[in-house]
Design a protein around this ligand. Structure first.
Ligand code: SAM
Length: 298
C-alpha cells in the first residue's frame, strides 16, 4: 500500500548502542511548531491518538491516552497520602500540559496546587492546542510558576506539601538533576510528615540503566521505595513505571478503597482495584527498581 502520509518519528537511542528503535505517529495536521528557550515544542494531530505533544521529538502525551499517566501518577499518590493524613497542598514539578493539575484538583480536600514548569511555552501551547488536557488552568486553587523545579524545591519551606508529583523528562542532559540525591533530599524535606511523593519511573524495557540510577538514588534518600506500573501505549515499550516514596515507611495498600473510588468516579483508568494491582510487579521490573532501592537504602 502506498504511503504518502506525514509521519513524526521518535527515535529511541541507547547511550552505547545508538539508535535502536523508531516509533512513527501519523500526523495529518501540524497545529504548532516552535523553538522555546528550552526545547522544540510540536503539537500535531493524527488518526490513532488525536492531538499529540512532542518535546524535542519525544512523544510526551496525547489526547486519547493521557488519562493513564495523569490519573495514575496523581490519584495513586493522593490516596496513599490521604491514608496517612489530610491532603491540602500539592506540588507538581514539570507537568506543563496541565493534565496532572486537572486530576489533583478533582480532590475536594486540595486547597492549593503549585505547578512549577520550567518552560512557559509548554503551558501556553497546551492551553491553546490541548484544551482537554489543560482544562484546569483557570481553577483558583492552581498557582502556575514558570521556573526551574530544582531551584524551586531547594528554596521550599520544609514540611509544606502533602503530595509532591514529579512529571519529569528523562535523566539525560540538564534533566539529570531531577533524579539525583540532592533533589530527592529537597523533595523529602518539603513534604509534610505524612506526605507522599510520586514520580514517573521510565520504561522497564528500554531505560533499565536510567531506572537503576533513579531507584538507587531514591533508596539512598527515602529508604523504602515502592514502584507501580501502568500501560501507556504511546510511550516506548508501552509499559511504564512510577515510583512512590515517603519519609519513612508507607503502605501503598493502606488506602480507603470506597473513598478512593468515590473521589475518582468517572476516571478512565484509575480505580482502587487498579491501584492495588499496579503495585504487583513482575520480577524483571521489581529487580530493576525496588530491589535496587533496597540495596542502596541508608
Ligand atoms: N505530562 C506529560 C505526560 O503525559 O507524560 C509529559 C510532561 S513532560 C514529561 C515533562 C515536563 O517537565 C516538560 O514540560 C518540561 O518542560 C518540564 N521540565 C523539564 N525540566 C524541568 C525542570 N527542571 N523544572 C520544571 N519543569 C521541568
Amino acid at each position: 500500500m502506498s504511503d504518502d502520509h506525514t509521519w513524526i518519528t521518535e527515535v529511541n537511542e541507547d547511550a552505547e548502542l545508538g539508535p535502536r528503535l523508531k516509533f512513527g505517529f501519523r500526523a495529518d495536521r501540524e497545529l504548532y511548531r516552535g523553538q522555546s528557550d528550552f526545547q522544540e515544542v510540536v503539537v500535531a494531530e493524527g488518526p490513532a491518538y488525536g492531538r499529540m505533544l512532542f518535546l524535542d521529538g519525544y512523544m510526551m502525551t496525547t489526547e486519547r491516552d493521557e488519562f493513564v499517566y495523569h490519573e495514575m501518577l496523581s490519584h495513586t499518590a493522593v490516596h496513599v497520602a490521604k491514608s496517612r493524613g489530610p491532603v491540602r497542598r500539592v506540588l507538581i514539578i514539570g507537568g506543563g500540559d496541565g493534565g496532572l493539575a486537572r486530576e489533583v484538583l478533582r480532590h475536594d480536600s486540595v486547597e492549593h496546587v503549585d505547578m512549577v514548569e520550567i518552560d512557559a511555552a509548554v503551558i501556553e501551547v497546551s492551553k491553546e492546542y490541548l484544551p482537554t488536557i489543560g482544562s484546569a488552568f483557570d481553577d483558583p486553587r492552581l498557582n502556575v510558576l514558570a521556573e526551574d523545579g530544582n531551584a524551586f524545591i531547594h528554596n521550599a519551606e520544609p514540611g509544606t506539601y502533602d503530595v509532591i508529583l514529579i512529571d519529569s523528562a528523562d535523566p539525560v542532559g540538564p534533566g539529570i538533576v531531577l533524579f539525583q540525591p540532592p533533589f530527592y533530599t529537597a523533595v523529602r524535606n518539603a513534604l509534610t510528615p505524612h506526605g507522599v511523593m510520586a514520580a514517573q519511573g521510565m520504561s522497564p524495557w528500554l531505560q533499565r540503566d536510567g531506572q537503576r540510577f533513579m531507584f538507587g538514588n531514591l533508596g539512598e534518600v527515602f529508604g523504602q521505595v515502592h514502584a507501580f506500573v501502568a500501560t501507556i501505549p504511546t510511550y516506548p515499550g508501552g509499559q511504564w513505571t512510577f515510583a512512590l516514596c515517603a519519609a519513612g515507611q508507607v503502605d501503598p495498600h493502606g488506602i480507603d478503597d470506597a473513598a478512593a473510588d468515590a473521589a475518582t468516579a468517572g476516571s478512565h483508568y484509575y480505580t482502587a482495584a487498579v491501584h492495588h494491582g499496579a503495585f504487583a510487579l513482575p520480577p524483571f521490573i521489581r529487580e530493576n527498581t525496588v530491589d535496587v532501592a533496597l540495596a542502596r537504602r541508608g
